[in-house]
Design a protein around this ligand. Structure first.
Ligand SMILES: [Mg+2]
Length: 283
């Protein structure tokens, strides 16, 4: 690895320094960029300065972009609306969330009956799979509990898993970052149910290899021609590297923090923000 001084940041982007480290040879051979959302394209409700423009520049150069996020608090359609409200245009078929994966998974089964610990919007999306009260469940899905998940929701999930339903988690992050700081994320609730039931959850979102492979499949790209850009060393960088992609860490979001999710993973490159990625790919 060596450190290169980048072009001075365009005025007004708010990037404090433009240093980045990258492997010898650069990244000129990339056809597909998987972009994380929260912490990378935006932080909380604020777009990262220059990030939206960077996506446009990548597309202008013929690079395929997919948005891959572990967002599991809202349904994908609601997420698209939220993105549009921030000035980020993302077509539905270019956005992948673990809720999308859950719907695909259940659609592929003969007669799944689901207990879902999930927000009303996600429950509505998955409504056709929901088990009626007293009906045996085949699957339990744990999503972001911040809608107000209560004891009774978790107890129903506990009972279903104890009765034989498969435990599925959208993601297992410990900490969610919002505008007002750190909050309890889905992972703690998943681990709670694992502890209580003795079951081990199947994780749908990043860093699951299936999540990255689906993103590659939708773009028809080989892993060695793709990179993942995100602010989470474990979910984004390590997850991508495990399927043969390169993983780029941004210093926005939680990428610059000491964070319990960030282990000993070595990113293929570290950049100040998504805004400088197009320059990195040109080298
Ligand atoms: Mg992120």
């Amino acid at each position: 690895m060596y450190v290169k001084e980048a072009e001075p940041s365009p005025a007004g982007l708010g990037i404090t320094s433009a240093h980045y480290a990258l492997p010898m040879g650069g990244m000129a051979d990339v056809d597909l960029v998987l972009v994380d959302l929260d912490g990378t394209l935006y932080v909380g409700t604020r777009p990262v300065p220059g990030a939206v423009g960077a996506v446009a520049r990548l597309r202008d150069r013929g690079v395929t972009v997919r948005f891959v996020t572990n967002t599991d608090s809202i349904a994908p359609q609601t997420l698209l609306g939220r993105l549009a409200g921030m000035g980020i245009q993302a077509p539905a078929d270019e956005v992948l969330t673990p809720v999308v994966l859950a719907e695909r998974l259940l659609d592929g089964l003969a007669s799944p009956r689901l207990v879902a610990v999930a927000s009303p919007g996600i429950r509505e999306l998955l409504g056709r799979f929901l088990a009626a009260r007293g009906e045996p469940a085949s699957h339990v899905l744990i999503c972001d509990p911040s809608y107000g998940a209560a004891y009774d929701d978790l107890d129903a999930a506990f009972h279903a898993v104890r009765a034989g339903a498969e435990l599925i988690a959208t993601q297992v992050a410990r900490i969610a970052r919002r505008d007002d700081g750190e909050h309890l994320d889905t992972g703690g609730f998943v681990r709670l149910l694992e502890y209580a039931t003795g079951a081990r959850a199947r994780v749908l979102g990043k860093p699951s290899p299936d999540f990255f492979r689906l993103a590659l499949d939708t773009a028809g790209t080989m892993p060695e021609r793709a990179i993942m850009v995100g602010d989470d060393l474990a979910a984004d960088v390590a997850g991508a590297q495990a399927v043969g992609m390169r993983g780029v860490l941004v210093r926005t979001g939680k990428g610059s923090e000491r964070h319990p999710d960030n282990g000993t993973t070595q990113p293929d490159a570290i950049i100040d923000s998504l805004a400088v990625l197009p320059d990195l790919l040109l080298l």
